[in-house]
Write a protein that binds this ligand. Structure first.
Ligand SMILES: [Mg+2]
Length: 234
């Protein structure tokens, strides 16, 4: 039996209800800078889990647009600035704060996100949740974003940094809202709990469990019992 050893949270759409602001920031950027349209459905189905760099590279490839490295860098800056304007104070999703507080008393917690560090820390600090996380892995800290498992494995490496008994990937629970993020968690050899903020339940089937809201997680004891019951069933 594998006991739960750590929780690793995605940020956008899992902790903060921030995806609508990312979409709006990309839409403004592409429309004003390139005259290109990005619909909500396109964003959700193809680009949502990517960090900004990967999102833009994929979006431009899809439309056969080639930009110089300078222009590409400027586009990233414009998007980041729009996001900052739009997402002054994105709301924390229901049930998240209670779960983070309860879980932090039992397990080390990390964030592994494709968002920028400056987009994550102020939101957690504003919600008085920053202190509960041992480490935050943001887009700047990894080479390959989700669906690659690097961000989750980096978070675990950092959690294990000073620990005598290393936590194994199989003892980690990833909390995610995107299809690619669920895939990244599985590819890291971790268990995944998915929440339907951004995708319908039937698209998140690769997760070990899908909930409509983290409010459904009724405390740390229920999490322990559920996690232990998973053993063997990959
Ligand atoms: Mg997400």
């Amino acid at each position: 039996m594998v006991e739960l050893g750590a929780l690793i949270f995605d940020f956008d759409g899992t902790i903060a209800d921030s995806e609508p602001y990312h979409l709006a920031a990309f839409q403004r950027t592409f429309s004003a800078e390139l005259g290109l349209e990005l619909t909500e459905a396109q964003y959700r189905d193809r680009y949502l889990a990517y960090d900004d760099r990967m999102m833009m590279r994929t979006f431009l490839d899809d439309r056969d647009v080639a930009l110089s490295p300078d222009r590409f860098g400027r586009l990233l800056d414009v998007k980041e600035a729009h996001y900052k304007d739009l997402a002054q104070d994105p709301p924390i999703l229901p049930g998240v704060a209670d779960l983070i507080r309860a879980a932090s008393a039992r397990w080390p917690l990390a964030v592994a996100s494709g968002a920028l560090e400056a987009e994550i820390r102020p939101v957690l600090a504003g919600a008085e949740l920053l202190e509960y996380f041992e480490t935050i892995v943001s887009a700047e800290m990894v080479e390959r974003g989700k669906p690659h498992p690097e961000s989750f494995l980096t978070a675990l490496e950092r959690l294990n940094g000073g620990r005598a008994d290393a936590i194994l990937p199989a003892a980690c629970l990833v909390l995610e809202d995107s299809v690619a993020g669920v895939g990244a968690g599985r590819a890291a050899g971790m268990r995944v709990l998915a929440v339907t903020t951004s995708f319908p339940r039937d698209q998140l089937g690769e997760a070990d469990r899908v909930v409509d809201s983290l409010e459904e997680i009724a405390g740390a004891d229920a999490l322990v019992a559920w996690f232990s019951s998973l053993s063997g069933s990959w």
